[in-house]
Ligand binder design. Structure first.
Ligand SMILES: CC(C)(COP(=O)(O)OP(=O)(O)OC[C@H]1O[C@@H](n2cnc3c(N)ncnc32)[C@H](O)[C@@H]1OP(=O)(O)O)[C@@H](O)C(=O)NCCC(=O)NCCS
Length: 112
């Protein structure tokens, strides 16, 4: 019988507008987005308490932003965690658009 891998796995779940990170087959956290034309607007990241402090948020966001690059989209970091991550990861600087009042108004409407 095969054992589940302890290596975290990140997947994009389009139907839920989010990327999820799974550890041993359990969902450990997510980073949520909405698409505004070519912009992928990240607005919330969370890791379950049971998995906190292991660098999972960092891994999740790294893979999500890499997927954004591969998709030819841009990043808008409304989520404070994503914003903080981007300050330490200049390799994504060319993809980042600013958080403007327009984006925030649009996001509020999107999220109801
Ligand atoms: C923030 C959160 C996603 C971090 O998850 P994690 O897997 O424990 O994070 P990592 O181990 O990858 O990284 C920890 C880093 O997150 C930072 N962090 C913790 N809370 C943060 C917050 N609210 N905003 C920005 N950064 C935060 C820590 O300062 C730490 O930074 P450091 O590496 O420079 O010391 C998690 O604590 C969480 O779900 N918090 C509740 C929801 C939340 O506040 N989300 C962020 C705003 S949407």
């Amino acid at each position: 019988m095969s054992q589940p891998s302890a290596t975290p796995v990140v997947e994009r779940v389009d139907a839920r507008n989010r990327y999820e990170i799974h550890v041993d087959g359990k969902r450990a956290g997510l980073t949520a987005y909405r698409d505004r034309d070519a912009q992928r607007v990240f607005y919330h990241t969370e890791i379950d308490d049971a998995f906190a402090g292991q660098g999972l948020a960092s891994r999740l966001v790294q893979e999500a932003l890499t997927d954004v690059r591969e998709s030819g989209k841009r990043i808008v970091p409304v989520c404070p965690y994503v914003a903080k991550f981007l300050k330490r990861h200049e390799e994504f600087a060319d993809l980042v658009d600013p958080v403007t009042p327009d984006v925030l108004r649009w996001l509020e409407t999107e999220l109801g």
